[in-house]
Write a protein that binds this ligand. Structure first.
Ligand code: HEM
Length: 462
């Protein structure tokens, strides 16, 4: 006998409409996961959504023989901007495989070795800028890292120096913010309201992002280069399976999608800084590792060092776990018997059942802090993310980059950028919370960022 999936009581007719705040959906889902545990559901206007917030159930619905990515809600909305690009393609769209096969080799660990120096040197630029701030050294952690991430993304993937670390914020950052916030909110509003009141914001955000992408293409055409980067592949490569190249519009779709995906990495690092400042003994140990492997102020930091920094890697992974910087992903059952079998889908060996076509959202705030897996789940302990301890963790709690074939195509880039940037920051900068009593609060759309988290940045005391 299966048991009912827990659901907040809600209100007559409107159901659970007040249980999820459309201005901070993920904070509401985090709260619900803390209350209800491994699984819960909400119903709004007769529509049910199931949320999976436990490690074992998350692992179960990551079984690609039974389940697949559900392309719905905000992901369908953002198709307005990027159509059938990697992140937004429906399962049946051939465009996904074509783009994946063209792009993946350019984001492999081997290909990214070439971009280490660029990543390292733009981090140095930011640090030089910070060191020159003197007493006016209060900055928004995520604001600064967003700029750095855009600079690094565009330089490594499209070969263009944006110089966006200083001066007015680059318009692409607002374009991404407006488009992703709209994509999240549109499914919660009546269509007419979306069209009449919010349509122009969505349109303007999209135009900004696509104009930016077109500039990348124009810049490359005007400045021919032997660089074998992502942009070169988008413009010139053919899918090895079908011989198909991307159309002009598809190239723009993918150029826009990458910075949107990449913007999760600065959200991660800003939250990592928060956890580090709350756990100063971790900073001490990290610096011991860095100083012994790279040398304090002496040795040149090279790509080969990255593999020798297991404690820094532990910090990055533990920050991925506790920040849930990408807060979740969507799954649905694969239709059975060509769609004819409409019997319920069983979960947890029959403990729960959901409809044959039930959309489910994996809530990583629950999964990553599952007390069935982690002792003191809220404690920040990089050691549990190292070596044998990490290997022993169940697969369900390592889903910060998503799952299976639709897993993050930028995960190696994210790893390399996070490792490189964090190492540089720890080696050269002392951080201090502007408000020593600051308690972590997060918000965001496709990713979660610390809210109003300001730090003082100073050259590392010797
Ligand atoms: C810490 C940083 C990052 C995290 C935690 C993260 C997380 C994720 C997750 C969870 C997904 C799956 C989404 C889904 O199933 O709907 C995903 C997909 C994706 N990510 Fe990332 N991501 C990060 C960085 C990046 C970077 C740096 C890029 C680009 C350079 C990127 C590009 C993408 C793309 C294009 C997809 C769609 C892949 C597909 O469906 O084939 N991400 N990411």
């Amino acid at each position: 006998m299966s048991q009912p999936i827990p659901q907040p009581p809600g209100v007559p007719l409107l159901g659970n409409i007040f249980d999820v705040d459309p201005n901070n959906t993920w904070a509401s889902l985090k709260k619900l996961s803390e209350k209800y545990g491994e699984i819960f559901q909400i119903k709004v206007l007769g529509h049910t959504v199931v949320f999976v917030a436990g490690a074992a159930l998350a692992e179960e619905i990551c079984d690609e023989k039974r389940f697949r990515k559900y392309v719905g809600g905000p992901i369908v909305e953002i198709r307005y901007a990027v159509h059938d690009a990697l992140f937004t393609a429906f399962d049946h769209e051939a465009s996904w495989g074509i783009a994946h096969r063209i792009i993946a080799p350019t984001l492999s660990p081997q290909a990214l070795v070439e971009h280490f120096t660029e990543m390292r040197d733009v981090a140095s630029e930011l640090i030089v800028k910070w060191k020159a701030l003197g007493n006016k050294n209060e900055v928004s952690a995520v604001g600064q890292l967003n700029r750095l991430n855009l600079e690094a993304t565009v330089l490594t993937l499209y070969g263009k120096k944006l110089n966006c670390l200083e001066g007015p914020e680059h318009p692409m950052l607002k374009g991404m913010e407006d488009s992703t916030s709209e994509a999240m909110k549109r499914p919660t509003r009546p269509g007419l309201l979306n069209w009449l009141v919010y349509g122009s914001k969505f349109k303007t955000g999209t135009k900004t992002m696509r104009t930016f992408a077109k500039e990348m293409v124009t810049h490359r055409k005007e400045n021919p280069t032997p660089r074998q980067d992502l942009l070169a592949a988008l413009l010139n490569a053919k899918d090895p399976d079908t011989g198909t190249a991307l159309t002009e519009s598809q190239v723009i779709d993918e150029i826009v999608s990458m910075p949107i995906g990449s913007s999760t990495a600065p959200a991660l690092l800003a939250t990592a800084i928060y956890f580090l400042l709350r756990n100063p003994e971790v900073i001490t140990r990290a610096r011991e590792e860095l100083d012994s492997v790279i040398g304090q102020g002496t040795g040149e930091f090279t790509h080969a060092h990255l593999a020798q920094l297991p404690y820094i890697e532990g910090i990055v992974r533990e920050s991925l776990r506790l920040s849930f910087a990408a807060p979740g992903f969507n799954i649905e059952p694969i239709p059975r018997a060509g769609g004819k079998d409409k019997s319920p889908v069983l979960l947890g060996g029959g403990k729960y059942q959901v409809a044959h076509n039930q959309a489910m959202i994996v809530v990583l705030a629950g999964v990553n802090r599952d007390p069935a897996v982690f002792e003191e789940p809220l404690a920040f302990r990089p050691e549990r993310m190292m070596g044998a301890a990490f290997e022993a963790l169940p697969a369900g709690v390592k889903k910060w980059f998503g799952n299976g074939k639709r897993e993050c195509i930028g995960k190696h880039w994210a790893w390399q950028w996070s490792m490189t940037t964090l190492a540089k920051l720890l080696m050269e900068v002392d951080f201090e919370m502007v408000d020593p009593d600051y308690k972590l609060e997060q918000d965001g759309w496709f990713n979660l960022r610390p809210v109003d988290f300001n730090v003082r940045v100073k050259p590392r005391a010797s």
